[in-house]
Design a protein around this ligand. Structure first.
Ligand code: NAD
Length: 505
């Protein structure tokens, strides 16, 4: 098994990686019923990192059964709101206590720099559990002044109840924090969960499941099944015992999850892809903007749903900004996630490297210019020769109809275009199937607010990019999703509202 540079991997992580990882069902660890296993691969080397159980639909049945029983189990159902909050606080503390270990696991399994894994992935995970720990005691209903016929005196009030069993399906780009985006609000609202991480990056979620048990959540409240997306994810989405499916991933798979969910009309929430416009107005500072543009696209190897992948720079600044962007992109240190010098790690899988490389070729075939990047960085040989590395890549002379401008690449590839007319720019910025996020750089407040209002996206950043917080809603317009994650808004996705009418006449 490959486990990164010797010495950089703590003994606790080596022991964890060395185990045969099972499924977490009904509070216990066990192999898949079929006995099937597969390797999780270290993307920096292409070598096996750990062994995972491969679940089948029969394992999903057991996990859903366990989650259904846990819903009615007094050890979960009868907890007071403050007790439910205490469990979430305890989990937040455990994530913080094990942040270094979780970050190393995430970096090895996903490829991202370990500093990013610690600051963003495990940092966000702990923050999410801490934020949602405060919510169980605040899920208030309302008393509603109704006007019934016949002069009846009525007390009408609403209560928010858990939806039931939540099937959560998450992607590989921010594995443990995407799991927490679903788990934290689902548990705060009193649901139980069957969670499926992406097969490429299941390890941090399996470690999180151990911490869930250590925090004292009763058996069956959280279940984790690893395995193939179509088989295990498909079984969760179609399962008649699942009341709601919460999906984060591609728009294409989101569509099939929605279709599968129709059988028992389960509730569906979707966080899907993006192709976010990053807009630079003529008064912006080109140096500041170039740095922000690089961060927005190259952070997490470009494998970020909100990546600022379409850069629109006013033509007055275009040359200055683009030469600074290209210069910065060339300086980015690409390497294995555990090397402290690394600023950009490998892509998550051979498949993803192939997809992104094909997009670069398609852009060049359609007439784009390769301003920098496009290939494998030099100097990554020896143990790293089989890693899925790609240079930070910038394509210029791109035009609106090109596939690289219209489609989500999900890799470190920036397409850049100059603009002159703001109204035309807004039309172009909105003219993709996506509507997840956008960025605007200007000191002109009036125009900043005008563009923010005109852009069809769930999140708009002005003079900043890629900021999120558990207290602020996040989600997509158009084909970027249904519903919102985080903040007060997400709790609507995880509760049913009951209206009670009491005749007082
Ligand atoms: P994906 O859609 O291929 O997979 C997502 C999850 O679905 C994985 O767990 C996968 O195993 C599972 N899956 C695959 N096929 C399935 C099926 N037929 N039925 C049910 N589940 C299935 O996406 P990915 O490649 O893992 O992640 C990248 C995508 O996720 C990008 O499009 C990105 O924009 C999106 N994403 C969106 C957000 C957001 O918040 N909007 C966040 C992160 C990633």
């Amino acid at each position: 098994m490959s486990a990164g540079p010797a010495g950089a991997v703590p003994a606790t992580v080596r022991r964890f990686l060395g185990r045969d990882h099972g499924l977490f069902v009904d509070g216990t660890w066990r192999p898949a019923l079929s006995g099937r296993t597969t390797d999780s691969v270290d993307p920096a080397t292409g070598l096996p990192l750990a062994r995972l159980a491969v679940a089948s639909t029969a394992d999903v049945d057991l996990a859903v059964d366990a989650a259904r029983r846990a819903l009615a189990d007094p050890r979960w159902r009868d907890l007071s709101p403050l007790q439910r909050g205490d469990l979430l606080y305890r989990l937040a503390e455990l994530v913080e206590a094990h942040a270094d270990e979780l970050a190393v696991i995430e970096s090895l399994d996903n490829g991202k720099p370990v500093a990013v894994a610690k600051a963003v992935d495990t940092g966000t995970t702990a923050k999410l559990f801490r934020y949602f720990a405060g919510w169980p005691s605040k899920l208030e209903g309302a008393t509603i002044p109704v006007s019934p016929r016949g002069g009846l005196r009525i007390l009408n009030y609403t209560v928010h109840e858990p939806v039931g069993v939540v099937g959560a399906i998450v992607p590989w780009n921010f594995p443990v924090s995407m799991a927490a985006w679903k788990l934290a609000p689902a548990l705060a609202a009193g649901n139980t969960v069957v969670l499926k991480p992406a097969l490429e990056t299941s390890l941090s979620t399996l470690r999180l499941a151990e911490l869930v048990a250590e925090a004292g959540f009763p058996p069956g409240v959280v279940n984790v099944v690893t395995g193939d997306g179509a088989e295990v994810g498909g079984a969760i989405a179609a399962h008649p015992g699942v009341d709601k499916v919460a999906f984060t991933g591609s728009t294409q798979v989101g569509r099939s999850v929605t279709t599968a969910a129709l059988g028992n009309m389960k509730k569906v929430s979707l966080e899907l892809g993006g192709k976010s416009p990053h807009v630079v107005l003529p008064d912006a500072d080109p140096v500041v903007v170039a740095e922000a543009a690089c961060d927005a696209i190259f952070f997490n190897q470009g494998q970020t749903c909100t990546a600022g992948s379409r850069l629109y720079v006013h033509s007055d600044l275009y040359d200055a900004v683009m030469s600074a962007v290209v210069e910065q992109a060339r300086r980015i240190v690409v390497g294995p996630g555990l090397d402290p010098r690394t600023q950009m790690g490998p892509l998550v899988s051979r498949r993803q490297l192939g997809t992104v490389s094909d997009y670069i070729s398609s852009g060049l075939e359609q007439g784009a210019t390769l301003a920098t990047g496009g290939g494998r960085p030099s100097g990554l040989d020896g143990a790293l020769a089989g890693g899925y590395f790609l240079e930070p890549t910038v394509l210029t002379r791109t035009t609106h109809a090109m596939r690289v401008v219209q489609e989500e690449i999900f890799g470190p590839v920036l397409v850049a275009m100059p603009w002159d007319d703001l109204d035309d720019l807004v039309v172009k910025a909105n003219d993709t199937p996506y509507g997840l996020s956008a960025g605007i750089w200007t000191n002109d407040l009036t125009r900043a607010h005008r563009v923010a209002a005109a852009i069809k996206a769930g999140t708009v950043w002005v003079n900043c990019y890629n900021l999120t917080d558990p207290a602020s809603p996040f989600g997509g317009y158009k084909q970027s999703g249904w519903g919102r994650e985080m903040g007060r808004a997400v709790l609507e996705q995880y509760t049913e509202t009951k209206s009670v009418w009491v005749n007082l006449s």
